[in-house]
Design a binder for this molecule. Sequence first.
Ligand code: KIV
Length: 295
Amino acid sequence: MTHATSAHETAPQTGGTDSSRTLYGGTGNRRITVRDIARAKQQGEKWPMLTAYDAMTASVFDESGIPVMLVGDSMGNCHLGYESTVPVTMDEITLLSAAVVRGTKRALIVGDLPFGSYQEGPVQALRSATRLVKEAGVGAVKLEGGERSAHQIELLVQSGIPVMAHVGLTPQSVNAYGGYPVQGRGEEAAQQLLRDAKAVQDAGAFAVVLELVPAELAAEVTRSLHIPTVGIGAGAECDAQVLVWTDMAGMTAGRVPRFVKQYAHLREVLGGAAKAFAEDVVGGAYPAEEHSFRT
Ligand code: KIV
C-alpha cells in the first residue's frame, strides 16, 4: 500500500491544545498509542473513530487523519452479508484486521473480539486477543460487556494487551434483547450502566464505547470516568464518537439508525459508475482507442 501524503500533511490541526500532540492531525507519522488516547482525555480533545474492514478503505481514513479505527464485528452486517454480528468468527476478524493494519501507518487499530471468543472466561479471551495481536498486528482489542467482562479485561491488560470496552447496547446480545433497544433508561438501568462503565475502567480498559444510551446518562458516565468514552447513539458529551463507515459514507442500503449522519452518498456514486461502465460496454464506447494496445 503506497501513501502519497502523510496524515499530518493532509489532516487539519485542531485548536485549543498543543496541536503537534493532538490525535486528529497531530503526533507525526508514528502510530497512535493508548498513551496518546489518555492524553487526549486530559487535554479535553474530542476525537473520531471509524470502522474499517479492508486495506484500501482504511488507507483513505488513515490519510484523512482518523486516529483510531475499529475492525468491528459490524463487518458481519456491513461486509460479510450476515444478518447480525453473531456469526462472525475469529478467522474472519483476524484476516480483515491484518488487512486494515497493512493499509494504515498512523491509526491505532482496534480488533473486535467476536461472539463466542471470550465469553467462556479470561483464558479464552487471552487466547483470542493474543491471536489478533500476533497474527493481525492490532494495537488493541475490544470486547462487549461491563461487570460481566471485567475479569477478561483484567487478564488481557495484565498480559500487555490494551482493551477498549463496550457497554450500553452490546449487539452480540441481539438474540437476548430481541432487537436493538436503547439502554440505560430508568433509574435502575442507569445505575447498572454506571456500574458497568466503572467496572471496565477499574479492570484497566483504556476507553469504553457507549452504544445507544440516553445523552444525559452518557454525559454523566463521561464526567465520572478518567478513561475516554466513545459514543455511538450516546449524544454529544462523549469524549469520542464512532460510526460504522458504511453508514457514515452512505454505502448502507435502506434505512440507517437515527444517530447516523451520512457525510456522502457512496452507494449512489458507485452504482452510477457501475451503470456508466455497463452502458459503455453494451454500446461499444469502452474500451476506446486510448485503452487499447496495438502490435
Ligand atoms: O462492531 C462495531 O462496529 C462496533 C461499533 C459500532 C462500536 O462495535
